[in-house]
Design a binder for this molecule. Structure first.
Ligand code: TMP
Length: 213
């Protein structure tokens, strides 16, 4: 049976990742692979309700981290694990690296506590720690991201944070990459949209060609 694949897409707000996920989905569909496109926080009816709360209501840092992991647990159990068991390709717009980057880096919440929650929430029925097989990290200078966001939508709780918050979030992503370099692919998101899209397609196709199915 074909092995399921789990790919996450990460970056600070304004890095432009969401526009490129569709192209990756098209690549896998062309290769004959069923694709599940999903996002965090969200991806199930309950997790989407938690998303609304966590993106708009002010709350304590631990509450925020717990709600992110609660939404993730539900998403894993209801959507991600069944899809991987079927052999699908799961493309997830953000996953746990976002919690380390935003709650750990941005908010300064304890990294080790996040690691404990990660282990509690992501340990599979077989006892392994579920992580993405590949994480595409759209890395961008927070000043450029802020300029891009200024002309976009009405900001949510995170998007309206100052540039130094996003500098800390970016540092959080860099720390995660240092901790788990083998699954990370860094994309220079300061390039034109076309160049970023081409880099993403190249990274994903070359990774896929090396991945046992
Ligand atoms: P999105 O706008 O890319 O869908 O992401 C929603 C926001 O939630 C974004 O500002 C990042 C934030 N976030 C966290 O703070 N922690 C998390 O664990 C996740 C998944 C997202």
């Amino acid at each position: 049976m074909t092995r399921g694949l789990f790919i996450s897409f990460e970056g600070i707000d304004g890095a432009g990742k969401s526009t490129h996920i569709e192209r990756v989905a098209a690549l896998f569909r062309q290769a004959g692979r069923p694709v599940v496109l999903t996002r965090e926080p969200g991806g199930t009816p309950l997790s989407e309700k938690l998303r609304e709360l966590v993106l708009h209501d002010p709350m304590d840092a631990l509450t925020e981290a717990l709600l992110m992991f609660a939404a993730r647990r539900e998403h894993l159990v209801q959507v991600i694990e069944p899809a991987l068991a079927r052999g699908d390709v799961v493309l997830c717009d953000r996953f746990t690296d976002a919690t380390f980057a935003y709650q750990g880096g941005g908010r300064g919440f304890d990294w080790q506590v996040l690691a404990q929650l990660e282990s509690m929430v992501q340990t599979t029925a077989q006892g392994a720690l579920r992580q993405p097989d590949l994480t595409v990290w759209f890395d961008l200078d927070p000043q450029i991201a802020a300029e891009r966001l200024a002309s976009a939508r009405v900001p949510d709780k995170f998007e309206s944070q100052p540039a130094d918050f996003f500098a800390a979030v970016r540092a959080g992503y860099a720390r995660r990459q240092e901790e788990m370099p083998s699954r990370f692919a860094r994309i220079d998101a300061a390039q034109s949209r076309e160049a970023v899209g081409d880099d993403v397609a190249l990274v994903v196709t070359s990774w896929y060609s090396r991945t046992p199915t």
